[in-house]
Design a protein around this ligand. Sequence first.
Ligand SMILES: [Zn+2]
Length: 113
Amino acid sequence: MIGDRAIRAPSATARRREVSYWCANGHQTRRAWSAAAAVPERWECRHCGLPAGRDDAHPPGPAPTKPYKSPLDHMLERRSEAECEALLAEALQGLRARRRARSRLARPHGPLR
Ligand SMILES: [Zn+2]
């Protein structure tokens, strides 16, 4: 990773500090922060993805899991079913128009009848 190389460069380490984070599975994740930057209290464990905190004796618990939502569920949250139908019809119309245009290009003299 480019970021890691930059951290190891001697000139860069002088202006950076390394902070360790621990997750509930006991993994340690080290991050180097700019000396001027505010260091976050939590970071994602790079081994298992759990939230990791700076206190190794009291790592944060797993993040609450959100129920899975499909793209359609998200769309229905923002729009009515009628609006979704209209958007779908519009998208299909565009798709069909592009397909027709492409098939005309493939057969420049048009379909044989
Ligand atoms: Zn972990």
